[in-house]
Design a protein around this ligand. Sequence first.
Ligand SMILES: CC(C)(COP(=O)(O)OP(=O)(O)OC[C@H]1O[C@@H](n2cnc3c(N)ncnc32)[C@H](O)[C@@H]1OP(=O)(O)O)[C@@H](O)C(=O)NCCC(=O)NCCS
Length: 177
Amino acid sequence: MSAAPAAREASGCVGYRAARPEDGRALRRLVHAAGTLEANTGYAYVLLADHFRATTLLAERGGAPVGFVAAYRPPTHPDAVFVWQVGVAPGARGLGVARGLLDALVAAPGCAGVRFLEATVAPSNEASRRLFESFARRRGAPVAWSDGYPEPLFDGPHEAERLIRIGPLAAGAESDL
Ligand SMILES: CC(C)(COP(=O)(O)OP(=O)(O)OC[C@H]1O[C@@H](n2cnc3c(N)ncnc32)[C@H](O)[C@@H]1OP(=O)(O)O)[C@@H](O)C(=O)NCCC(=O)NCCS
């Protein structure tokens, strides 16, 4: 399925589409390829691609998956979309694929009514911090940082995860992803 024009990256060669259950394997492979992401079970990615398909997107180039964003609207505050993981294959980085994924995510019907984009960022992950700050800057949206999930919450060694909350976001055009 090709992406809707509104969801295409400016380069014209990367398309974005909502996930389907059969994308679970591709999601997990992209997580491994990304290198620094914590891999969850294969089952978890099938669930994401099924139950959270409205907010889980794949980026494809020439029909091959090159990136993904896995997100959901937290039941505690559904006016936000929480980006759980975003990853781009090493060979496709620096081309705006992650930027396109976040743009396509907030424009997707699954994000109708969303006013905030949230994510947690490990302090050592500069690329991640820059990606989200760039998203906020391009939209002229306020950014609030808070403690998020400190190290002791995790089982075993795990860097702290600072919470970034971006918004309120201006209402934007919906795509037909
Ligand atoms: C983080 C990641 C998704 C960025 O993907 P990408 O497609 O290369 O990013 P983009 O080309 O869309 O760049 C988006 C913005 O982030 C910035 N950025 C991306 N990678 C960067 C890096 N390594 N260092 C500094 N800034 C970086 C870009 O300069 C751009 O900012 P701009 O709009 O101000 O120019 C990718 O590096 C990745 O998959 N990393 C491993 C997984 C990970 O850490 N994910 C984030 C935590 S869940």
